[in-house]
Design a protein around this ligand. Sequence first.
Ligand code: BTN
Length: 269
Amino acid sequence: MKEKMFVKTTVEFFRNLHVDFVKKLLVFENLDSTNSTAKNLARAGAVEGTVVVAHTQSYGRGRLDRIWESPKGGVYLSIILRPQVQTERASLLTFVAALVVAKTIRSYGAPTTIKWPNDVRVNNKKIAGILLESEIVGNTIHYVVVGLGINLHIDIKQLSPEIQSQSTTVSSEVGHPVDYYEFLRTLFQQFEYFYMLFKKGNYKRLIDEWKKHSDTLGKVIRIQTPTEILKGTACDIDELGFLLVRTESGEQKKILSGDCLYFDELRKV
Ligand code: BTN
């Protein structure tokens, strides 16, 4: 009976969704990782707009090989994309995803910000994370999987003690429960809008919008990149999504990915 209700809710949700880019919606009670499932589907030829959703994950994956703890009450989903753009533009999808999540949460009234590259936070606490995984061969993007993990109304106490104090949820920030499927609908609508901007090549608009939501620019940061650790001031984001950092020696560095910490927050730890 429970299973029947679950299937009915999903089918009805999809039927009334009316968001063009969502071509197929696969909803599971539990998966190891929606990103892993989506990658397998993408390799097997799944179309752009296939979305994999799970109510819990037993092995959710985060950036930099971290675990993404995924108890009930969170949104865990992965979207398969096959954008036909120059390969160096693919990393801008990380900005698309962060904006979509930030805008969706803001629409419920929480003062959401983005910490470069794609941590979504409220009052300096993490509320959502994004993991992009892609297969790019030569000049062709075979697929990009955009994985979103959002603390909708999880019980923070179910997370490991080390991350509890740095995490928050949408319902606790807005002060009332937020309907899961209503939230998904808003998220997909936002995704449709910003992915369209991306596909049309409106990169400047995307970056400008991202900057409006980010709290990184102007901050003194410490970044660990795959090759170095550097300290400096985050100055700007360029058209390809590189973060421009001015180091203490006055040199300007361009960073595409890394782990970013704010100095003013480091001192409080
Ligand atoms: C981060 O480290 O901040 C990124 C977390 C991304 C988690 C999401 S949950 C849905 C999707 N499936 C995964 O295994 N990871 C992403």
